[in-house]
Design a protein around this ligand. Sequence first.
Ligand code: G1P
Length: 292
Amino acid sequence: MRISKVVIPVAGWGTRSLPATKNLPKEMLPVFKKPGVQYIVEEAIEAGLKDVVFVTNQNKTIIEDHFDYNLALESVLERTGKHDLLKVAREVAEMVNIISVRQKQQLGLGHAVLCAREVIKNEPFALMVGDDLMFNADPGIRQLTRIAEAESMAVVGVMPVPEHKVSSYGVIQGEEIGPDMFRVRDLQEKPRSGEAASRLAMVGRYVMTPDVFEHLQDLSAGGPDNEIQLTEALRVMARNNRLLAVRVRGMRFDIGDWTDYLIANIYFGLQDEELRDDLVQRLHELVPPPSK
Ligand code: G1P
């Protein structure tokens, strides 16, 4: 099994990040110098995934534009001799192949995946959710594709979360069959605290086998938000004994959460040698250390 395509659903409303996302796609909110979605695409590229399928809608076209040439900007940078910046602008356009498909109705993550069916056809594929930024020398999605390719199975990426957070995630029930690897027996979508089978939550990284489309097709939209749940299709795969989970190693920021979003910005600011000292000093001024 060889994985070369990644599906990135970007058609959500981003209501958690209002009012910032009233007209700006949440995926374009900058995290330090880059829009969040660029980190996701870079993680995919580092994992050797060459084709990005955005599942998008009519308000999100600037996401595709970000990964294309901006000829007007380039000509200004060229004319004014700003060659370093010209290189930065061009690099983003040249990093990846973009394919986009429309999600014409907002019917949830499962529906977004189903919209990519005509592009993916009968191949296994990676799936990355734009809210979750992950950083590790061994890219998060690579930790999944490695296992998926070796075992010829669908894989979900999980991380442990505190008990009071389980209700924001899909969680797995399964047994550990190797280091950081689980056979998934069942899943629960957003269980109530106290009712979760585990604290291992799915964190926006998946490798899917194409049978997922058939399972999704059998589902109808439901629940309070009238959505087709990806988790319901994953449950069928788990019951057929065709689903693994990998505990993903690395740092994760949920940029739909304001605290995580701000910390992600500070984290990248601190990596920048030119800004670091000034930033540390300014942070100390804002939050003086407690007096002894
Ligand atoms: C979706 C999935 C959920 C998963 C989460 C990860 O939920 O339904 O299983 O844990 O993504 O980001 P959402 O955050 O879209 O409500």
